[in-house]
Structure formats: structure tokens, C-alpha cells
Design a binder for this molecule. Structure first.
Ligand SMILES: [Zn+2]
Length: 329
């Protein structure tokens, strides 16, 4: 194979490859797993194996044949990749209709017709309904590969018609070996929830610095050195998605500090968090965590992000103040 499979996905791949080698190809597969475990790469390997004309006995693509070359160049006529259009996060119904038309055509190279939808959990309702019809009556020779970090956002009727392929988060040691091969350390692994590709992306995006900046803002808000509106301005240029990931990590860390204490943490920034955690109410922290999870829904909708950030900072300050007032009594 030209493209090396991510090492922690090898065992999962064996299972898929075996089915392909035996000709037992499901007409739809759903690759799931948290962000950064390698879902897109895995889905691409499935597509590669389906389009390869010289698959080895174990079911893996050869990386050499015309099918493999065309796929690697992104120009295989029997492969259709559906993604959200640039700057948008939604896959629309006309994109899916185009895919369905594509799947119903005859194969150009006499093999499978492969449709790859990544991320499938970003299809809007109409798009999802549209793809459901194809899953109910799949055209002969067509294979759909769906990718989703949040498969629960897909209708159950779609999920039940796909063979589900959940990808694991690798053991910490394997993740570290791989990260070192990429020239990175462990700093971002925890923030990335143990997912190596996410940790690598975070390291290269400077998430570590951003996290430190957030902890400072949270401390300044708590101490009254900064107003919520001011703090929100600091994050104006940042995507809400990134800020929420950082805040979720910080608040989850605070909750862990209040429950299992510093011993249970593998955080370099435990000192900073400890100072923040002082006097905070655990119930209120959990409520705040819920609020952050809830705020992630807004990421999908066009609305005033700045307002969302301000509200989160105001709620944070209230949380700190309430905790401290309560502790004085
Ligand atoms: Zn090949």
C-alpha cells in the first residue's frame, strides 16, 4: 500500500479487508469515532480497496494500479466525495441528489461505484432524507461510505441501514509513539481526548498557547480584572468551535480537580487550574459544563458568536462569584 494505514486502525482494517476479499461488501458503511482518530483516512482506505483492481489476497489496495493512481489523484470516475462546501458546514440536499445520480450510473471501470460522505453528520434534514431512499434501495454495485464524529445526529433509519465501523482511540503509548514520529510530543494529547490526529492538528495550530490564554482570561474574569465583554473581544478572531473545545477542557479539568484532586490529573497546567478551582461549587461547575455542551449546537447555526462568548464569560463570572460568596458563609 502506498498510504500507510494508521497503526491503531490496523486491527479494524483487517476485519473490513477480509469481507472485501470474500466479496461480502456491505452496500453502506458508517465509520464513526471521535475527531482525530483517523476516520477520513480509514474511509479513504475502504474506497481505495473497493476501486483497486489488483487488491491483494488480504483485501488491501495495491497502491500501484490505475484505479489506485486515479483515486490518489482525486480523479477516479467511480468515486464521488461529498463534503460541505468551503466556508459552510452543511451538506445540502442538491449535493446528495448529485451523489445519488452518480451512484445509479454504470461503473466506468467495471467495478464498484463509491460514494463517500464526510462528514455525514453535517447533512441537513433534506439531504439525510434523500440519502435514506438510496440506502433503502441501493443500486447494484454502489457502495456508500459515511463518516461521522457524532453519529447520533444522523437519523436512526440511516444508522440501522449501515454496517457500523466504530474506530477506537488508541492506547496512550501508541498515540505517543505516532506523535513522536510526527515530531510532536504529548502536550496536546489530553486536550484532544487521546485522538492522535487531533493532537497533531492542535500542536500545529498553537492550541497550547490558546489554552494558556483562556486560563488567564478565566482567572482575570474571576478576579474582576477583566470584564466579560473585554474578554470576549480577545476571542473575536477565534472560531467558537475552538474556544468551546478549550473551555470544555478547562471546566472538565476543574471538575476533576474538585472530585479526584490533582493526583488524578496529567495536566501541566494543574497549578493554574488549582488556583481557579478554589471555592468553586461542583454542582454549578457541572451546570456550566452542560451549558458549554449546549453552546456547541450554536456552532452549526449562523448567529452572533460574539454574543455567545460574552454570555459564557458572564456565566463564568457569576459561577465564580456565587461559589466564593457561598464559601464565606
Ligand atoms: Zn490498486
Amino acid at each position: 500500500m502506498t498510504e500507510r494505514l494508521l497503526p491503531w486502525l490496523e486491527a479494524r482494517w483487517q476485519g473490513v479487508a477480509e469481507r472485501l476479499a470474500q466479496g461480502r461488501v456491505p452496500h453502506a458503511m458508517l465509520v464513526t469515532g471521535q475527531p482525530g482518530v483517523g476516520k477520513s483516512a480509514f474511509a479513504n482506505t475502504i474506497a481505495a480497496a473497493l476501486l483497486c483492481t489488483e487488491r491483494d489476497a488480504a483485501g488491501s489496495p495495491c497502491g500501484q494500479c490505475r484505479g489506485c493512481h486515479l483515486r490518489a489523484q482525486g480523479s477516479h470516475p467511480d468515486l464521488n466525495l461529498v463534503q460541505p462546501e468551503e466556508s459552510k458546514r452543511i451538506i445540502r440536499v442538491d449535493q446528495v441528489r448529485h451523489l445519488i445520480d452518480f451512484l445509479s450510473l454504470k461503473s466506468q471501470y467495471g467495478g464498484y461505484r463509491v460514494g463517500l460522505v464526510d462528514p455525514a453528520d453535517h447533512m441537513n434534514v433534506n439531504a439525510a432524507n434523500s440519502i435514506l431512499k438510496t440506502l433503502e434501495e441501493p443500486p447494484a454495485g454502489a457502495v456508500l461510505v459515511l463518516v461521522a464524529s457524532e453519529p447520533h445526529r444522523l437519523p436512526a433509519t440511516i444508522r440501522s441501514r449501515c454496517q457500523q465501523l466504530p474506530l477506537p482511540v488508541p492506547p496512550r503509548e501508541s498515540a505517543l509513539v505516532w506523535l513522536r514520529e510526527q515530531g510532536e510530543g504529548e502536550a496536546m494529547l489530553e486536550l484532544a481526548g487521546g485522538a492522535p490526529l487531533q493532537a497533531l492538528a492542535y500542536a500545529r495550530e498553537g492550541m497550547g498557547e490558546k489554552y494558556q490564554a483562556l486560563l488567564k482570561d478565566l482567572a482575570d474574569l474571576a478576579g474582576g480584572q477583566r470584564a466579560p465583554v473585554e474578554a470576549a473581544l480577545n476571542w473575536q478572531a477565534e472560531s467558537l468551535n475552538v474556544l468551546l473545545a478549550l473551555m470544555l477542557h478547562a471546566v472538565a479539568g476543574l471538575i476533576r480537580l474538585r472530585t479526584v484532586g490533582v493526583d488524578g490529573m496529567r495536566l501541566r497546567d494543574a497549578d493554574r487550574l488549582q488556583a481557579l478551582a478554589k471555592g468553586l461549587d461542583l454542582v454549578a461547575l457541572h451546570q456550566y459544563l452542560d451549558r458549554l455542551v449546549e453552546a456547541r449546537r450554536y456552532v452549526e447555526h449562523p448567529l452572533n458568536e460574539q454574543l455567545v462568548v460574552e454570555e459564557l464569560f458572564i456565566a463564568w463570572r457569576r459561577l465564580v462569584q456565587t461559589g466564593r460568596t457561598a464559601n464565606r458563609h
